[in-house]
Design a protein around this ligand. Structure first.
Ligand code: FES
Length: 140
């Protein structure tokens, strides 16, 4: 009976895994108010359609880092500009679970009720490929 219970538990854990994987954020220190992300070290980000959640140390909310085109990146606040729910990345768009506002990966609104783009954090690519995300503007 114990073995059966173990198998049932293992199965439940396996089922729960994809959901956990999608919410996990990498916590990073802020150096001079900036996060440093090496896309090569984060396979989720390395390639078209790439996406990674990073959480600045001490922050409650993550920053969504999305691959934009071949070499570009955008870093967005996950807070919907309608009433502040946390949006989720769904393929090529970001969707708010509360009232359905939908944003492009650039942060631009494609469907309301939100009217304003998601807040973005300035990014810069260093020569060695490190992505800098300027989070000096604060969490909200
Ligand atoms: Fe996101 Fe209303 S809070 S659509």
């Amino acid at each position: 009976a114990d073995r059966r219970r173990f198998l049932a538990l293992a199965g439940a854990l396996l089922l729960a895994l994809p959901a956990c994987a999608s919410v996990a954020a990498v916590t990073l220190p802020r150096l001079d108010g900036r996060l440093r992300v090496s896309p090569r070290l984060h396979p989720g980000l390395d390639g078209p359609g790439g996406f990674l959640k990073v959480r600045p140390e001490g922050w409650e909310l993550p920053v969504y880092v999305l691959r934009d085109g071949a070499d570009g990146f955008v870093a967005l606040s996950p807070l919907c500009t309608h009433l502040g729910c946390v949006v989720e990345v769904e393929g090529s768009v970001l969707v708010c679970p509360c009232h359905g506002s939908t944003y492009e990966r650039s942060g631009r609104v494609v469907r309301g009720p939100a009217e304003r783009a998601l807040r973005s954090f300035p990014t810069a690519l260093e020569d060695d490929g490190t992505l800098l995300i300027d989070v000096r503007g604060g969490e909200r």
